[in-house]
Design a protein around this ligand. Structure first.
Ligand SMILES: [Zn+2]
Ligand SMILES: [Zn+2]
Length: 177
């Protein structure tokens, strides 16, 4: 779906995207999700572009506490500059202070791939530590029971008495006696 830079007219391009997109590789394979996006690509200074639009998606994420899979709603607005990456000096220029809060992304070569833009924005919107609920109780460290669904019999007292450290303590006690 790549677009040649030279095909983008001075008045800009409007794109509507609605398709399944592979977002990232997870433990169980690739996570794909239906994505709806509208992108507006407008030429800016020095062969750069200004991107605005909106991306909506609801990928299935895995809760990092209880490991259950849950739909995570993403509805994010786009507003950033897309600048050509100088291939001679491939380090992106230092972030200019005073340029405002506008982010700058970079493209390489003579094409822009709107799906890459959308995918990148979605990955930015996905939390590093996804939680299916901020109050998720997680899994019991002793028996693995999902504490959101059931109470197990490993109460905190039992965990405190039987863990490896207190067993060691007992051994030291016995040696001293
Ligand atoms: Zn959870
Ligand atoms: Zn338990």
């Amino acid at each position: 779906m790549a677009i040649k830079i030279t095909d983008i007219p001075p008045e800009g391009l409007q794109l509507e995207i609605a398709q399944e997109l592979d977002l990232f590789e997870s433990g169980e394979g690739t996570t794909s999700a239906a994505v709806a996006a509208s992108l507006s690509i407008n030429p800016a200074d020095e062969s750069g572009f200004h991107i605005t639009g909106r991306v909506q998606c609801e990928p299935m994420l895995e809760c990092s506490r209880c490991l259950s899979r849950f739909p995570y709603r993403i509805d994010t607005k786009l507003n950033f500059d897309l600048s050509p990456l100088n291939t001679v000096d491939s380090t992106p220029p230092e972030h200019e202070i005073g340029k405002g809060e506008l982010d700058t992304e970079f493209y390489e070569g003579d094409e822009i791939d709107p799906l890459d833009i959308v995918r990148e924005q979605l990955l930015l919107a996905i939390p590093m530590v996804p939680l299916h609920d901020s109050g998720c109780k997680g899994l019991c460290p002793v028996c693995g029971t999902n504490r959101n669904e059931a109470d197990c019999r490993c109460d905190k007292g039992a965990w405190g008495k039987n863990n490896a450290f207190s067993v060691l303590k007992d051994i030291f006690k016995k040696k001293k006696e």
